[in-house]
Design a protein around this ligand. Sequence first.
Ligand SMILES: Cc1ncc(COP(=O)(O)O)c(C=O)c1O
Length: 359
Amino acid sequence: MVKRIIDLRSDTVTKPTEAMIAAAANADVDDDVLGYDPTASRFEAEMAKISGKEAALFVPSGTMANLISVLVHCEVRGSEVIFGDNCHINIYENGGISTIGNVHSRTVKNNSDGTMDIDLIEAAIRDPQGDLYYPSTRLICLENTHANVGGRCITAEYTDKVGELAKKHGVKLHIDGARIFNASTALGVPVHRLVQAADSVSICLSKGLGAPIGSVIVGSKNFIAKAKILRKTLGGGMRQVGFICAPAYVALQENVRKLEGDHKKAKIFADGLNRISGLRVDKSSVETNMVFFDILEDSHIMVDQLCKILKEHGVLMMPVSTSSIRIVLHHQITESDVQYAISCTQQAILQLQSERNGK
Ligand SMILES: Cc1ncc(COP(=O)(O)O)c(C=O)c1O
């Protein structure tokens, strides 16, 4: 039986720390749906302050945070949102904005750094003169860090340009900032500056920050008031919600400063994998806590076989295609875990190669 488990599938797999459990157990709670929970209110006020917005709302998940945000911006029937073809909302959120919100989406190609060309975004904005035929563009979404391109950071300057474009055309800007603290750490730019141009941001607490549950939406007071109603509609109004905000508050206080270390471990991991014959990492894409690595075609190694052997050694990784694997670092992965996982990967590759040669 394997004792040492190194779970690199995602930064969502962290276990609550003792401090988080203690904070939950001792949280001062009330009924948030009836109007007020002191711990939730304190936490929301802190998140609003960090992001430089007027107000914040705690919600159960990042998916709900994005869904509510898009629906508030697109409350008029016939609304359309523009976002990258490779973004989380487009791919992994069950198409909720259309199935639940009746919002039409228009995708623009994501570049390998997670941006979209500004002129392509502009070209995708519908001409209001054609509103007899076209849906109405009401929103543009960015994702920072951009998960599917390897956790790459979107700069404040780029975001500002998209914000200017949005203003010029009278549309809103939402940022899926599930890992905005990772971006802030890697770029050395405060969160409030990174999201200055945005009308709303969704921020996950249960990813890089390591809280067990939750996300927040930040925006203007008016926006958050509407978001609160939609949260209730979607079943996301929670009673003694301070019980889960308290560990998230600990995550905020204790884990933001650990992100730099996670990014360093990701780079060490990438270097280690690049030394293994048959594997390749584009090191320039490793900006935060994610590493995507490719299995070279002439190595004849199957992703599923490699992940299966690694699992037998207690090392868990996530296949993302038939030729690539994703690993995500978090605060509960040590440098020794990284070295161990690299060496298991090396051994697994050797095992697969010798099995192939023995055929
Ligand atoms: C970029 C991004 N946005 C949103 C989400 C959705 O978060 P949740 O899993 O909490 O619904 C994720 C989840 O991995 C994500 O990576």
